[in-house]
Design a protein around this ligand. Structure first.
Ligand SMILES: [Zn+2]
Length: 163
């Protein structure tokens, strides 16, 4: 179920979700950029040049967008895949709203009322930029029946007492 944003500029219907508009992680010397894990060959690996022990092992940031890393079955590559995912979740997921990971957050409903029992979505962890250039993240209510894509700046503003 999706809350319809009636003339609101703060919310977008999640059906507008387009994985191509997802912000890729900025160049990060530690790990290669993640990519869409579709049509992966048996000997694909994002962490070595010459695959000797085929996988593939997939490390998804998000099952919904199918973005992540692939490794061969070499132990050190698999550890790097895990580390890349861990690093992403700790530092990049949800953009600037990352600090609210695992916490209850305050969200303003279309009605104008605030609810304090929302959280960042576990399904969509990548922020996206809408047609107006606004960076948004996906949040869900306590029962996870409603999801909304909210301007990260609003989330920071509504929850500044929790920072
Ligand atoms: Zn490898």
């Amino acid at each position: 179920m999706t809350d319809i944003a009636l003339g609101s500029t703060e919310e977008v219907n999640s059906s507008l979700f387009d994985p191509h508009r997802i912000i890729c992680n900025e160049n990060d010397d530690l790990y290669p950029s993640y990519r869409r894990l579709t049509f992966i060959s048996m000997d694909a690996c994002d962490f070595c040049d010459k695959v000797e022990t085929p996988g593939p092992y997939l490390f998804y940031i998000s099952i919904e967008t199918k973005n992540g890393w692939v490794t061969c079955s070499n132990d050190s590559c698999r550890k790097k895949g895990e580390a890349a995912l861990d690093h992403y979740m700790k530092t990049r997921a949800y953009g600037k709203a990352n600090i609210f990971k695992g916490k209850c957050i305050k969200v303003r409903r279309t009605s104008g009322e605030f609810e304090d029992n929302w959280k960042l979505s576990n399904s969509f962890v990548e922020p996206l930029i809408d047609d107006n250039g606004v960076e948004r993240v996906c949040v869900v209510n306590s029962s996870e029946e409603i999801e909304k894509w909210i301007d990260i700046k609003k989330i920071l503003e509504w929850n500044k007492s929790k920072i």
